[in-house]
Write a protein that binds this ligand. Structure first.
Ligand code: NAD
Length: 693
């Protein structure tokens, strides 16, 4: 695995920083990555093992309460660059990753450590400010400094191109000066941590080692670079390797969070929560509506990322993002109605009211199959209600999780109100140990049960949206068998069957069975299978490689016990995690395919004699998420659905979710609800007020 150096983009001479690292420096084990405030590629910060904060335009004076108007001030500051680079620096400190601050980079670090800058070096400008070329002058390094240890010399000869500088009376906390101008002790030429215990490599220089003349022979350039590279190679971040399931290529390697970084994120969420709750609900609504607008604006780029990491066809990625926008709209439209205080009665000098208080800091451990939809179901109402949120995307949808974070912040969400926890099972385990005020989980029954048990002693709310084995019944009175077959096949195979509410088993009345099955198979065989980025592809790869063998086992088990394979049945022999869309007939409940969640493109279809047999089979499951009935008669369908122990009932439709209705499982499909007014209030604690006066 290569180590990555993130270099912050500057509009002035960026190539000098890039080219400072020669092919010999980098070898086969280090590479460079551009981190650009213009592109706002914050997600890439998480892929780096160390950083160079480069030179360029002055830091915005508002960052250190400086005077806005001063000699030599630039035509325009780049406050967005300051904000972006602050994220880089904070990230480096969270994970103790190496940082080299050059010129402006040093000034920014001083400011971020609470220090100040002076705007002009007054007479010193003669000696320091770049004109046609950099000025050059000697410096004196401090003897007990890291700089001296690295450069191996007290005196150095460096270049200078600045007029803004570190305020000698405003050196940031835990920073110390490691070099001065040899002529003027007031001019600070370098900074480093005063107390280096529990800190990563960090060195700041006011000069430009990347472009100094004869830099290869100047220890204040070459030795600094070499030491920085050594520090990069010594880093040891655990990474999630993200693989495109269609091509099996590695598309990213993202640093996982550590116990320590998660703990610090929790603290910042806790500190930020009261202020977030204090602001008017209308402002929280506004921020989330801006987030929805950004989803719309960036839809192509977001869909491309989603498709690359989970493999769903590009159009289905766009559909998901649009679906998420629609849900946000409903939630924000209804937030005031359901989250405001409710006066229950008043009169005779007594008012009784309910106030919906936020839980505090909530933890959302999420799944990969619809990262936008299942994410939005939780973090949007949680934020609307005034909570701060630790969002753990699945390790299989990490990049999308980072896009969500980027856009929420771009939408105006305060920095510490929403944090992403990066990692898999181990990261999840750590979150369970930390003291959150509520846990909201979406994922498998196995993990849900574990989480519920683990969280129980904390006595905080815990909600689980889990898997399903959702049944669908086709009654004998349906009119258009072809249309029903096509619609229900979509319900089973959309997103490659990787939906919690995908149709997982079908029961068909014997009178219409043959025709339905024939139309169903025709529909399935008409689909285009291929690269998810290709137009018209309906079946792409599965998101997870290990699911291929789960499906293989289910099909083999069914065939062994007498099922007929009417379509598909095998793993595909192409690159990528492809499984043929598979239709099985002559199935029964002794087969795993009719009992255990498939979560893939496999469906069993079973003939039934009447509604009673259908009900008995639909009920024969440990799950209880959704159930569906296709019939010409609403009453007949509702009568059947009332007898099924599931959180959602569908008549003449399936595999759909509405923001206005509760999304809720029963039995092994979980408990609690997201969406609807119930889901909005799920992130609150009611307080009853009895107010006399
Ligand atoms: P999963 O249970 O494997 O993982 C879900 C999340 O839990 C991931 O973020 C994972 O990293 C984390 N996790 C795993 N082990 C953990 C542990 N020991 N402690 C803490 N966290 C842990 O599920 P998945 O494969 O991501 O998702 C697929 C499942 O989710 C399917 O069963 C599907 O039906 C279900 N699902 C349900 C809904 C719903 O709304 N009911 C929606 C989407 C998906």
């Amino acid at each position: 695995m290569k180590k990555r150096i993130g270099i912050s983009y500057t509009r002035t001479l960026f190539e000098n920083y890039w080219n400072w690292f020669t092919p010999a420096d980098l070898g086969n084990d280090v590479e460079l990555m551009e981190l650009s405030f213009e592109k706002n590629n914050t997600g890439d910060i998480y892929q780096c093992d160390g950083f160079i904060l480069t030179g360029g335009v002055d830091v915005h004076p508002s960052f250190y309460k400086g005077k806005a108007d001063y000699n030599n001030s630039p035509d325009a500051h780049q406050a967005e660059r300051d904000v972006f680079e602050a994220k880089i620096y904070n990230y480096s400190q969270l994970h103790k990753l190496p940082v080299l601050g050059i010129c402006r980079g040093m000034q920014l670090i001083n400011v971020l450590q609470g220090g100040k800058l002076i705007q002009d070096l007054d007479n010193g400008n003669e000696r320091h400010k770049k004109e046609e070329s950099d000025k050059e002058h000697p410096i004196i390094a401090e003897k007990d400094s890291l700089l001296y240890t690295i450069a191996g010399s007290i005196r150095g000869h460096i270049n200078s191109a600045h007029h803004q500088a570190i305020d000698p009376n405003g050196i940031g906390s835990n920073l110390k000066v490691n070099a001065y101008d040899d002529d003027d002790e007031r001019i600070i030429e370098g900074l480093e941590f005063a107390n280096k215990t529990n800190k990563g490599f960090m060195l700041c220089v006011q000069w430009h080692p990347e472009r100094i003349k004869e830099k290869e022979h100047n220890p204040f350039s070459e030795k600094l670079k070499k030491q920085f590279l050594t520090a990069i190679k010594e880093t040891n971040m655990k990474k999630i390797v993200i693989i495109n399931p269609a091509t099996e290529e590695i598309i990213a390697e993202v640093n996982e969070d550590t116990r320590e970084s998660l703990h610090s994120k929790l603290i910042s969420l806790r500190v930020a929560q009261p202020a977030w709750h204090e602001i008017a609900l209308a402002d929280r609504v506004k921020a989330l509506n801006s987030f929805a607008a950004l989803l719309e604006k960036n839809i192509e780029q977001l869909a491309a990322v989603l498709t690359a990491e989970v493999g769903k066809p590009l159009q289905q990625s766009r559909n998901e993002i649009n679906g998420a926008r629609a849900r946000i709209q409903w939630l924000t439209d209804n937030a005031a109605k359901y989250l405001s205080d409710e006066i229950m009665s008043s009169g005779d000098g007594m008012e009784e009211k309910i106030s919906y208080e936020p839980l505090g800091v909530v933890c959302n451990i999420s799944a990969w199959n619809y990262p936008y939809l299942v994410g939005v179901n939780v973090f949007v109402p949680a934020l609307l209600a005034g909570n701060t949120v630790m969002y753990k995307p699945s390790e299989y949808s990490t990049l999308t999780g980072l896009q969500i974070e980027r856009l929420l912040k771009e939408a105006g969400m305060p920095e510490d109100v929403f944090q992403v926890a990066i990692g898999g099972k181990e990261t999840g385990e750590t979150l369970l140990e930390l003291p959150f005020d509520g846990y909201f989980f979406t994922g498998s029954y196995k993990t849900g049960k574990y989480i519920y048990e683990k969280v129980a002693p904390k006595m905080v709310p815990c909600q689980c949206e889990l898997g399903g084995k959702d049944p669908l019944y086709v009654a004998d009175d349906i009119k258009d068998i072809k249309a029903v077959a096509a619609g229900t096949a979509d319900g089973a195979f959309y997103n490659n069957g990787q939906s919690c509410c995908a149709v997982e088993r079908i029961y068909v009345h014997e009178k219409v069975y043959d025709e339905y099955v024939s139309e169903f198979v025709k529909e399935v065989k008409s689909w285009k299978i291929g690269l998810p980025t290709e137009v018209g592809v309906y079946i792409g790869p599965l998101s997870r490689k290990d699911q291929l063998s789960v499906l293989e086992k289910q099909v083999t088990d069914a065939a062994y016990k007498g099922a007929t394979v009417l379509a598909g049945g095998n793993k595909m022999k192409t690159k990528g995690y492809y499984f043929e869309p598979t239709v099985l007939a002559n199935v029964d409940h002794n087969m795993s395919v009719m009992k255990d969640e498939s979560f893939g493109p496999v469906i069993g279809i079973m003939k039934v004699k009447n509604d009673e047999e259908a009900i008995q089979l639909m009920q024969d499951t440990e799950y209880g998420l959704t159930a569906s009935v296709y019939s010409a008669e609403r009453k007949r369908a509702e009568n059947i659905l009332q007898q099924i122990n599931a959180g959602t009932g569908y008549w003449n439709c399936c595999d759909r979710v509405s923001a206005a209705l509760p999304w809720s499982g029963r039995k092994h499909s979980g408990f609690g609800a997201t969406l609807s007014h119930i889901g909005l209030r799920a992130f609150t604690r009611p307080k009853g007020y009895h107010l006399r006066g």
